[in-house]
Design a binder for this molecule. Structure first.
Ligand code: KIV
Ligand code: ZN
Length: 524
């Protein structure tokens, strides 16, 4: 990667760092490895895999992702402190192409946190970037809250970081404050005025607080930035980061006015979007650009008529280009295992023989209850089948619920807990409440329900419901998911799935572990 690649825009994905850092989006180790592999396969240039000093889990994930990386540069985040940088290097050094990303908040508000003067901070930047560069020849430096940093000071510290050996200078709009023209001007001015700026790549890192992250990132490219930092589905702190799928498809679709290339295989977008939604427990809004359920749906008669005559009437992108199946092979109870494997491959899912066997059993069960099984139903089945590679300690054996108008609902639940069959009958305010109470009676716990969300995967009254449940206990968060044509059954399974994940986490964390993660905002 050299600064002479003028028309190539490097895609830096931070789903596993900035994205995973957003409250409630915590992923398991296995999920992080899976997402990293999908990012690498889709052609992401740089994967920010985590924040190694933040927790033992982050360190392990970054190290493992580094070891398994194929094409992508693997980057870890470090505060402007020598032990952070050393820890980061220990994790990323296993990669074929490692990168250390170190940062410090440079705006007046952020300088006040560690209580450093401008000069003291400048010295710290020189010291930490030099240290990082002595360890690794690929160093990214970020002045956090750059867009609210005084111009003179920003130019000064960017020059210091370049002189100390940074190879990429990232300009974060940490609080989503900038606007497109300002975003372009800032990068343009830095490149024009800072000595040595033409020797490095400038990056843009935008947050979406005012809904302008994608526009600001693209404007920064117009201003000379050649690295866009982004996340799948725009996951990230508060309102999120620039969405990868949006910048990539904007550059592809409007190459007439933005003649820049990325290395992304856009056909892989839909699959990774769905996986990230599932493992993070953050569903994609229906009308989200590119990856929303309705992004390529046409409902009105006029639109449907136009589409049938010429798809370009109402579509500026082809659904196939983002990995949506153009033709829908109908799957049903007569479909065999080979057809299911073939369908899964079309959907970008490759399963081992045992996993396929499990999904096939669920598929047959669903096909018996549902006339047509759609692509989305099948993906929901795969999601529901994917465990953390652990034997579940809590298993639902049978659930029957009685409810009607006016009275409480009653749930009779049989479960297997660590191999022992137990049962309970509970009443509640509606069928889900009664069921969750029964689970709690059989497995008493203090986990707090942070999120309970039901989505219909496909249309019709026989549609599968996918249920997401997010639980929090002692600072640990786990998300469970399940799909079933019966919403109460899906809810029970999702709840138990989340409890199983909490148990796995608690076992892994052990007594006294730092399972509660620190935030990069704790800079001192
Ligand atoms: O938003 C931000 O400023 C960040 C930095 C750590 C780059 O995420
Ligand atoms: Zn950020």
């Amino acid at each position: 990667m050299t600064p002479t690649d003028k028309d190539r825009v490097w895609i830096f994905d931070t789903t596993l760092r900035d994205g995973e850092q957003s409250p409630g989006a915590t992923m398991t180790h296995a999920e992080k490895l899976e997402i990293a592999e999908l990012l690498d396969d889709m052609g992401v240039d740089i994967i920010e895999a985590g924040f190694p000093i933040a927790s033992e889990g982050d360190f392990r994930a970054v190290s493992e992702i580094a070891k398994r990386s194929k094409q992508a540069v693997i980057c870890g985040l470090a505060r402007a402190q020598l032990p952070d940088i050393d820890r980061c290097w220990d994790a990323v050094r296993h990669a074929e192409r490692p990168r250390i990303h170190t940062f410090i908040g440079t705006s007046p508000l952020h300088r006040a946190i560690p209580n450093l003067t401008q000069d003291e901070m400048a010295d710290r930047i020189h010291e930490t970037v030099t240290h990082a560069r002595n360890l690794c020849d690929n160093v990214q430096w970020s002045p956090m809250d750059a867009t609210r940093t005084e111009w003179d000071y920003l130019a000064r510290v960017v020059e210091i970081a370049i002189k100390a050996g940074a190879t990429t200078i990232n300009i974060p709009d940490t609080v989503g404050y900038t606007a497109p023209r300002e975003s372009a001007d800032l990068i343009r001015r830095l490149i024009a005025d800072v000595p040595g700026a033409d020797e490095v790549i400038f990056a843009t890192h935008c947050h979406n607080d005012l809904g302008m992250a994608t526009a600001n990132a693209l404007a920064a490219v117009e201003g000379g930035a050649r690295q866009i930092e982004c996340t799948i589905n725009g996951l990230g702190e508060r309102a999120g980061n620039t969405a990868l799928e949006e910048v990539v498809m904007a550059l592809k679709t409007r190459s007439d006015i933005m003649p820049y290339e990325t290395g992304i295989d856009t056909k892989k977008i839909m699959h990774i979007s769905r996986r990230v939604a599932t493992v993070s427990g953050f569903p994609v809004q229906y009308n989200k650009a590119i990856v929303g359920k309705n992004a390529f749906a046409h409902e009105s008669g006029i639109h449907q008529d136009g589409m049938l005559k010429n798809a370009e009437t109402f579509e500026i992108m082809r659904p196939e280009d983002v990995g949506l199946a153009a033709t829908n092979l109908v799957m049903g109870k007569h479909s065999g295992r080979a057809a299911l494997r073939d369908k899964l491959r079309q959907l970008g899912v490759e399963l081992g023989d045992n996993q396929l066997k499990d999904v096939f059993v669920r598929f047959k069960d669903l096909a018996d209850r549902k006339k047509e099984v759609y692509d989305e139903d099948i993906l929901a089945l795969v999601t529901a089948t994917a465990a953390d590679g652990q034997q579940d300690r809590l298993v639902i054996v049978n659930l029957s619920v009685q409810c009607g108008t006016g009275g409480p609902a009653t749930a009779e639940l049989e479960m297997e807990i660590d191999g022992r069959e137990v049962s309970a009958t509970c009443q509640g305010d509606g069928p889900v409440d009664a069921t969750f109470k029964a689970v709690r009676e059989l497995h008493p716990n203090t986990a707090r329900l942070q999120l309970y969300q039901v989505n219909a995967v496909t249309e019709g009254t026989d549609a599968q419901a996918t249920v997401s449940v997010r639980l929090e206990e002692d600072g640990m968060i786990a998300t469970g998911q399940s799909a079933d044509t019966d919403t109460v059954v899906a809810s029970a399974k999702a709840y138990v799935n989340a409890l199983n994940r909490l148990l796995v986490r608690r076992d892994k964390a052990g007594p006294g572990s730092d399972a509660k993660e620190i935030s990069y905002k704790d800079v001192s």
